[in-house]
Design a protein around this ligand. Structure first.
Ligand code: F6P
Length: 489
């Protein structure tokens, strides 16, 4: 936190993201405030609480327009220093094109390589451009200085950096891409590949979670845009403007503030045992995410089933609680997944009659406190993403285990697997391997669990979200000084 305050003294910070950090809804009993299920929000929120500034986001879940003032602004003042949340309202037609269409039917499957065919429509692209322009205009309107630090978040805003640069040439723009970046061959499928890359190159810095994704991005630049690339220092020059491409592995707040309010693991365990009516001695596996086809939810249910059919002894001793928050349900790829998962859970539960249900599939949003309670109660947590930029659930699970117990089963296709190598690393496409990993986790001696957990906790503690933001801001400060010294600014 100190790093954040010290690095860019006096600089104005603006964040641009699609997802809003708080959802406000007016209910009969009063205003209900919710935190959306989003890795991006859990990472950025503590940073904004530490820095202050303005966060510009789509008021996507908030129906309560009274919560904002006449300029669509609200003060988020839970913790000092407060920051301002500026909401942008988007019509249903715009949302269909920009968010559901281009961002989530085009870029999302394109970047995750999960065999869901990306769909690109001209009308979606036009809407995407229009909304990027609206957010860029909001940045210009909200900025009080000519050289603010603008943090552009994710694949919803690939075009905004160039649009902001045109109006605020002295701004320091850091664009962070929270999802994977595929190889040039794959990215080339997108009809507007050059425009997307050129838009991002309006940034001072483009960040990804891993070096692998930085390399893929540079390959894409090389293939589709006329520019000068310096591979050694990883910079790209286009039209006299230089962009640095760097890996900044995102992380979580340490310790998560939610944990302060929670009882110790043993207490959480008894709460969860009572909640699910678990029989004495039951081993509990958990999974928590958005109901997204990139997360490998069906694959892990199949692995549980494979383990039960392979080893009868587990039939009365194993329960899997999967929390999946419905998301983007308007898209058939998402609603189909939910229906398929519900069917599979029922089928698996049906094949082991006369015992407690094997799978509890909870299709609703869990507030952070509920998630951490579940983590603390679990014997193992499964993160089986088919492809994931980082995956913060893995880090949150580790952070919740002050008792150094519990085992993390982690897909090798997550950015997190590069840092948490003491987890049981699995290929989520290999059902039998995952079944074996679950069994190994549930039989792992407590001593070994503690050794692995301590190392992972140390890693997340040292490489927390302040370090992620600090590293980007230190690089940004260096660029600002360099431009000033070289007379470029
Ligand atoms: O990082 C991936 C991401 O799409 C974020 O941009 C977003 O906040 C989160 O997952 C949740 O997705 P959505 O906002 O579409 O529900």
């Amino acid at each position: 936190q100190e790093v954040l305050h010290g690095v860019l003294p006096g600089a104005e910070v603006l964040v641009v993201s699609n997802r809003e950090p708080y959802i406000h809804n007016a209910m009969e009993a009063g205003r209900v405030v919710q935190r959306p299920a989003s890795g991006l929000v859990s990472a950025l929120e503590p940073i904004m609480r530490a820095c202050g500034g303005t966060w510009i986001a789509h008021g996507s879940g908030s129906a309560d327009r009274e919560a904002v003032d006449e300029n669509d602004r609200i003060r988020v003042s839970e913790v000092a220093p407060a920051y301002t949340l500026r909401r942008i309202w988007i019509s249903e037609e715009e949302q269909d094109g920009y968010y559901y269409g281009f961002a989530n039917e085009g870029l999302w499957p394109l970047c995750h390589i999960v065999f869901v065919r990306p769909t690109f429509r001209l009308t979606d692209w036009q809407m995407y451009r229009q909304i990027n322009q609206r957010f860029a205009d909001a940045v210009v309107a909200e900025a009080h200085t000519e050289d603010p630090v603008v943090l552009v978040q994710d694949y919803h805003f690939a075009l905004a950096p160039r649009m902001i640069r045109e109006r605020l040439p002295k701004a320091t723009i850091i664009t962070f891409w929270h999802i994977p970046w595929p190889n040039a061959e794959t990215f080339g499928i997108c009809p507007w590949r050059a425009e997307i890359i050129e838009g991002m190159l309006g940034s001072t810095i483009v960040g990804f979670h891993t070096q692998f994704h930085c390399n893929n991005f540079i390959e894409g630049v090389d293939r589709f845009v006329e520019s000068r690339i310096d591979r050694e220092v990883q910079t790209v020059s286009l039209g006299g403007h230089e962009t640095r491409v760097r890996a900044y592995p995102i992380s979580i707040e340490w310790p998560p503030s939610e944990l302060e309010k929670l009882p110790p693991p043993a207490h959480c365990r008894s709460d969860v045992v009572a909640q699910f009516g678990l029989a004495e001695g039951t081993r509990l596996i958990v999974g928590v995410e958005r109901f997204d086809y990139t997360k490998g939810i069906l694959d892990r249910m199949r692995a549980v089933d494979a383990l039960l059919s392979r080893n009868l002894a587990w039939r009365d001793r194993l329960v899997f609680v999967q929390v999946a928050a419905p998301t983007r349900s308007k898209l058939s790829s998402y609603s189909k997944l939910q229906a398929e998962a519900e069917e599979l859970a029922a089928e698996i539960n049906g094949s082991y009659p006369g015992r407690q249900p094997v799978i509890h599939l909870i299709a609703r949003h869990y507030e952070p406190a509920e998630v951490f309670r579940l983590f603390r109660a679990a014997n193992a947590c499964v993160v089986s993403s088919l492809h994931d930029g980082m995956n913060l659930v893995a880090k949150e699970f580790v952070s919740s285990r002050e008792d150094n117990a519990g085992v993390l089963i982690l897909s090798s296709f997550t950015g997190a697997s590069r840092e948490l190598s003491e987890a049981l690393i699995v290929n989520p496409y290999d059902t039998e391997e995952m079944a074996s990993a679950i069994e190994l986790a549930l039989t792992m001696p407590i001593q070994e669990q503690a050794e692995r957990m301590k190392l992972m906790r140390q890693q997340v503690k040292e490489h927390n979200v302040y370090r992620w933001a600090g590293a980007m801001l230190v690089d940004a400060a260096r660029s600002r000084t360099r431009e000033r010294v070289l007379g470029l600014a």
